[in-house]
Design a protein around this ligand. Structure first.
Ligand SMILES: [Zn+2]
Length: 251
């Protein structure tokens, strides 16, 4: 595994995999049915997407569907590597990507150059992200079901949290839930300017209520329900402090 390319598959259940990537400790997903396979997130540039697509093709020849968990570059700038695959995202994701793509690219090209990683900086600078073309789950709590053949995957928008357009993918028959950046293992949840600190814990509570056995974060190793619950408690504490700050400001 290295920063440019190679990742490794983690076997989570029959036909359900996480893929771990060194760059940003990113975690993507792959779910196999009998007729179709679902790729969850596409990595951060054209080249990284191509590496992921080749790794997927080494596992399965099935027609692909793609789900984007949210419009942050590291999760979706690699979508060009999956031509012809319907790309699902929460209804607000495409607009968020259109509005923020150039600024995200500029910020992270600077980041990679400052870190001495010219290869990744150049690859990102040359990438024009492909927008998702199937908007789903317009309201908090709404569910969109994908039929992969012999297996369904439920896409859920748990409400505003890490962004206003987060989408998670639950594979109920094996109890695996791909949570995007609503959960992060090995790092505190990442609060960008587009995050909803007051609402985030409630969204994670909705994921916990689904009773999965394995929660796959957007960064880091798959988590147990206990670890996911601990992160929920941390987020609830942040929300309480945030509310107190708001009350202070109103005085
Ligand atoms: Zn993110």
């Amino acid at each position: 595994m290295d920063g440019q390319g190679h990742g490794r598959w983690v076997d989570l259940a029959d036909g359900v995999y996480a893929r771990r990537h060194a760059d940003l400790d990113l975690t993507t997903g792959l779910v196999l049915g009998t007729e179709r396979a679902l790729v969850i997130d596409t990595r951060g540039d054209d080249g990284q997407g191509a590496e992921l697509a080749a790794a997927v093709r080494a596992v399965t020849p099935l027609p692909l569907l793609v789900v984007i968990t949210h419009a942050h570059f590291d999760h979706c700038f690699g979508t060009s590597a999956f031509p012809g695959a319907p790309v699902h995202a929460q209804a607000g994701c495409a607009a968020a990507l259109t509005v923020t793509a150039a600024a995200q690219r500029a910020e992270w090209v600077r980041h990679y150059r400052a870190a001495g990683d010219a290869t990744t900086a150049d690859a990102l600078a040359a990438t024009v992200p492909v927008a998702p073309d199937v908007g789903v789950c317009p309201r908090p709590g709404s569910v969109h079901t994908l039929d992969l053949g012999g297996r369904t995957v439920e896409l859920v928008h748990p409400g505003p949290a890490h962004t206003g357009h987060d989408l998670v993918a639950h594979v109920p028959d094996v109890g695996v839930l791909f949570a995007g950046d609503l959960l992060e293992n090995g790092a505190p949840p990442s609060f960008g300017p587009d995050a909803y600190p007051r609402d985030w814990a409630g969204a994670v509570a909705l994921l916990l209520a689904r009773g999965a056995n394995t929660y796959v974060p957007g960064h880091g190793d798959p988590m147990t329900p206990h670890e996911a619950a601990a992160q929920h408690a941390e987020l609830a504490g942040i929300a309480r402090r945030w509310r107190r700050c708001g009350e202070d400001r109103r005085r």
